[in-house]
Design a protein around this ligand. Structure first.
Ligand code: SF4
Length: 328
């Protein structure tokens, strides 16, 4: 398939008038390449403690209003067990960069939960090569870490004390170790240009992601970016749709942040190129506390609700692990 040029991507991202056609085209490419199944991943946010201070994030270290929690090892394993009993074939274990979960503790957890016959995705941030390697050997299948933006100056402004280069190297290590690699970006960051978003999409293609998450930036009131404008659902959907055109056979989630901007945001995303949904399986107490951005939908997972919505748009729930299947 012909790779879209940067100028073509910029044109598609900028074209508000013809966005419906873009979404339909992405939907068609999605159907031809990954079919009608929607893969559900059970999202477990197990700690909102983080050593970092990303300016856009509600659980950044400097937010003294955030109430912190951390599941114990036992509680986390029990929550995964619950997700497995609910029918999930994949769980995503997500947290801030909380080093309480050190190499040994995390390996124990992974080994324990693999007994539930479940694909394990980690989303716990930047770690050492040794740690990534040991988590993989313990049975972790996938790793999710957004690059957020490829504009290095912007990245360093937004993520003080972090290094874009280091994050990039982490993504390469994860890929080399044989994980399925998930990454992604935020749309609508302050000072972010359409050209920069186009470069982000080409970057995700270049590093060969197996999953790409595109979410709008939504300013959190307890962060330094509280007064910024934030991203729109329409531009996020256009970005996601172009991602589908660029990488027809990867997994693309309908992100929860899209639902924060519109009650039907996730359904719209599923009709504009997305094929994955990550319902939160935590208790509503924890869901409220894991507030990366405001107006996050606090909903308990109900298999029947999701199934109904999926059925209403003529799609089915995938029964397998929902891995990235490469097409020639
Ligand atoms: S975005 Fe991630 S690394 Fe940055 S402060 Fe939030 S949880 Fe921590």
């Amino acid at each position: 398939m012909e790779v879209l040029s940067k100028s073509k991507i910029i044109a598609l991202l900028s074209d508000e008038k013809n966005e419906q056609q873009l979404w339909q085209q992405a939907d068609k490419v999605r159907q031809e390449n990954v079919g009608d199944e929607i893969h559900l991943r059970g999202l477990i946010e197990f700690s909102n403690i983080c050593r970092n201070n990303c300016l856009y994030c509600g659980i950044r270290k400097g937010n003294r209003f955030a109430l912190r929690y951390r599941m114990s090892e036992e509680e986390l394993i029990l929550t995964v067990k619950k997700a497995s009993q609910m029918g999930f074939k994949t769980v995503v274990l997500q947290s801030g960069e909380d080093l309480y979960y050190d190499q040994a503790r995390f390996c124990r957890i992974i080994e324990a939960i693999k007994k539930f016959d479940i694909a394990v995705t980690l989303s716990i941030g930047e770690r050492t090569y040794e740690e990534y390697k040991s988590f993989r050997e313990a049975g972790a299948d996938r790793y999710l870490m957004r690059i957020e933006t490829t504009d290095k100056d912007l990245y360093h402004k937004l993520d003080p004390n972090m290094s874009w280069q280091h994050r990039y190297e982490c993504l390469l290590m994860i890929k080399e170790l044989g994980y399925e690699l998930g990454s992604g970006i935020m749309v609508g960051l302050p000072e972010q240009s359409i050209e920069s978003i186009a470069e982000d999409l080409l970057f995700l293609r270049e590093i060969g992601v197996d999953m790409a998450g595109i979410g709008p930036f939504i300013p959190h009131p307890q962060t330094p970016l509280a007064k910024e404008q934030g991203g729109t659902l329409a531009l996020s959907l256009r970005t996601m749709a172009v991602m589908r055109l660029l990488m027809p056979d990867i997994n693309i989630p309908a992100t929860t942040a899209m639902e924060s901007l519109h009650p039907e945001g996730r359904i719209q995303a599923l009709q504009a190129g997305a094929n994955v949904v990550m319902p939160n399986v935590n208790s509503s107490e924890y869901m409220k506390l894991y507030e990366l951005y405001p107006n996050k939908p606090i909903e308990g997972f109900s298999q029947s609700d999701i199934a109904k919505k999926i059925e209403n748009i003529g799609r089915t729930i995938g029964k397998g692990y929902g891995s990235h299947k490469h097409k020639e």
